[in-house]
Design a protein around this ligand. Sequence first.
Ligand SMILES: [Ca+2]
Ligand SMILES: [Ca+2]
Length: 99
Amino acid sequence: MIVSLWLVPLTMMVALVLHAQDPNVTKQMEKAAKQAYQDLLNETDKDKDGKISKTEFFAIWKDKKTAEEKYISWDMNKDGYITETEYVKTVKDIRTKKK
Ligand SMILES: [Ca+2]
Ligand SMILES: [Ca+2]
């Protein structure tokens, strides 16, 4: 399910489990996050510009209130697009913060 990739990317969880003892775990995570972003683009990037716009992001959420909340945390520089860089960085932040 594509929405789950926006919560905790599965490929990243796998990387964490497989490489938990690896000092290069951050690098592995980055790789996994980039892979997850590519998967997201395949499903979400309708105009194929390599970025996910607000409209494209909202299209995958049934609950628009949740979409708005998520969108705010992903689009870090507020330019209206979620880029690969932002995705990777947010994913890393989620891991370090661990609410
Ligand atoms: Ca797009
Ligand atoms: Ca942005």
